[in-house]
Design a protein around this ligand. Structure first.
Ligand SMILES: NC(=O)c1ccc[n+]([C@@H]2O[C@H](COP(=O)([O-])OP(=O)(O)OC[C@H]3O[C@@H](n4cnc5c(N)ncnc54)[C@H](OP(=O)(O)O)[C@@H]3O)[C@@H](O)[C@H]2O)c1
Length: 276
């Protein structure tokens, strides 16, 4: 732990669902700073948060003040401007010999519908979102390999997650919840992802990580299990969305760069966590 404490961490997107969960996990152990974009009275008072808009502001100013040894990228927003930002980050990472953790997505494999994907598989997409994540991954993969961790995640659920909030809101408003009966995927929680990131930092791990559950679920069945776990009196309505006739996989399974057992996750663990 002493060794790890020397780190100064900068989380880009620290006001977001995952960025904020990562901030809360790390701030007691490291000098941790973060950015937010939308004005937010509480974050404005927190001297560890900087207001930053990658469409307008230069990241170098914040890098100069914080001097991070680890940067965690947890942003959403305009794709081409994000690519440009990550080009600047890559230059900084290379010249300052620091490390970058990039939150990527199972969508980098969304063109491979017939199989789940492993860390060393070649990425292939037919979505604009997948293409943008691949572009950033590829520019980071050109950096010295010990300085980069690419964290590919499936759908993230958690008590505070926007996905669960949307499900509950739909039930409240008698609106249908969209389910994809042909979609086979793996899943994770914000609490598991933050523990995994903490471990990757402490143990100085690098490379491509698949941070999904070790098992696969059908999207429609899993969403229904989540809803059942809430034990609500009100009945949920569902809208079945068929994007293809055949089963389609969107799953990032760990195989070559596995984390220790206690940091792996089974989909049932997620349901148990939601029940608590
Ligand atoms: N959640 C998932 O299920 C999931 C699954 C796979 C991969 N991921 C990846 O994980 C990362 C984080 O996702 P999330 O769900 O936590 O997203 P989120 O809750 O929407 O957070 C996005 C963050 O980006 C910031 N942001 C948006 N536009 C910006 C701009 N123009 N300039 C600067 N900052 C800006 C937001 O700031 P403000 O809120 O202050 O505006 C917020 O901090 C993303 O890269 C996503 O692709 C997420």
């Amino acid at each position: 732990m002493k060794e790890a404490n020397k780190h100064t961490i900068l989380i880009l997107g620290g006001s977001g669902f995952l960025g904020n969960a990562i901030y809360k996990e790390l701030c007691a152990y490291f000098r941790t700073f973060a950015t937010y974009n939308t004005s937010h009275s509480q974050l404005e008072k927190n001297h560890h948060f900087f207001q930053y808009n990658f469409e307008e502001d230069d990241i170098y100013e914040i890098l100069d003040i914080v001097k991070p040894t680890i940067i965690i990228s947890a942003l959403r927003g305009d794709f081409s401007k994000q690519v440009l930002l990550h080009q600047h980050l890559a230059e900084y990472v290379f010249s300052q010999k620091v490390k970058l953790l990039f939150l990527s997505s199972a969508n980098v494999f969304d063109a491979y519908s017939k199989y789940p994907s492993y860390e060393e598989d070649k990425t292939l997409t037919n979505s604009v979102y997948g293409l943008f994540k691949i572009k950033i991954e590829n520019l980071l993969l050109r950096l010295p390999k010990t300085q980069v961790a690419i964290l590919r995640m499936p759908m993230v659920f958690g008590a505070q997650s926007p996905r669960i909030a949307e499900i509950l809101q739909n039930i409240k408003e008698n609106a249908p919840i969209e389910v994809f009966p042909n979609l086979i995927m793996n899943v994770t929680t914000d609490s598991k992802v933050t523990q995994q990131i903490h471990y990757i930092i402490n143990r100085n791990k690098y490379g491509v990580f698949h941070l999904g559950s070790t098992d696969l679920v059908h999207h429609d069945e899993f969403i229904k299990e989540i809803v059942a776990s809430f034990q609500l009196e009100k009945k949920a309505l569902y809208k079945q969305v068929y994007t293809t006739n055949d089963d389609r996989y969107l799953a990032v399974l760990p195989k070559f760069n596995k984390l220790p057992k206690h940091l792996q996750l089974h989909s049932q663990d997620l349901l148990k966590e939601l029940k608590m």
